[in-house]
Design a protein. Sequence first.
Length: 202
Amino acid sequence: MSGNVIIPRHYLSKLELLETEVAIKAAKDTFEAQLSAALGLTRVSAPLFVRPESGLNDDLNGVERPVQFDILDVDGAQVQIVQSLAKWKRMALAAYGFGPGTGLYTDMNAIRRDELLDNLHSVYVDQWDWELVITPQQRNRDFLREKVTRLWQVFTKSQQLLCRQHRLGFKAGGSPHPTKGSQNLFHFQQYHLTRPGRLQGP
């Protein structure tokens, strides 16, 4: 086990094993609904594997090895487990015909064999992934800040709902806007404007 995985010495789960599974499902359902509503996104299905020659798999830092295998009934064609949907999402936006102000999200599942393990990273990937179409005029800090604020509110509202549902303690009165100190509550990846006309999620 990696030395980067930290389990507090006196950690004690407030939920039983089955309750934990129920809470995980509730967390995903709650966050999905809040995310879709806040950013006006439509859920689409994402591939688990792609052909290497498609160019849709992402090499991440350029050194991570994808998991690859052949498919017997497709003439032994080689396929790779996706490591990132960055390239696929842009293709999907065009294929589905999304216009400015609309976008997609998906529940991404993947295997990253070379991932450095810690409390936030696993060989098995299960994460929400999204991308929004924007206009060139919206490619500015004010627009980005407004979207990040909406995302922050999705996190805080989801947390409040889950804490009430499972009778867990929640400190009321938190800021509805992301601040430097607030990152102790939630791990934020860096949301950034990528290519012209598109706002990409994590």
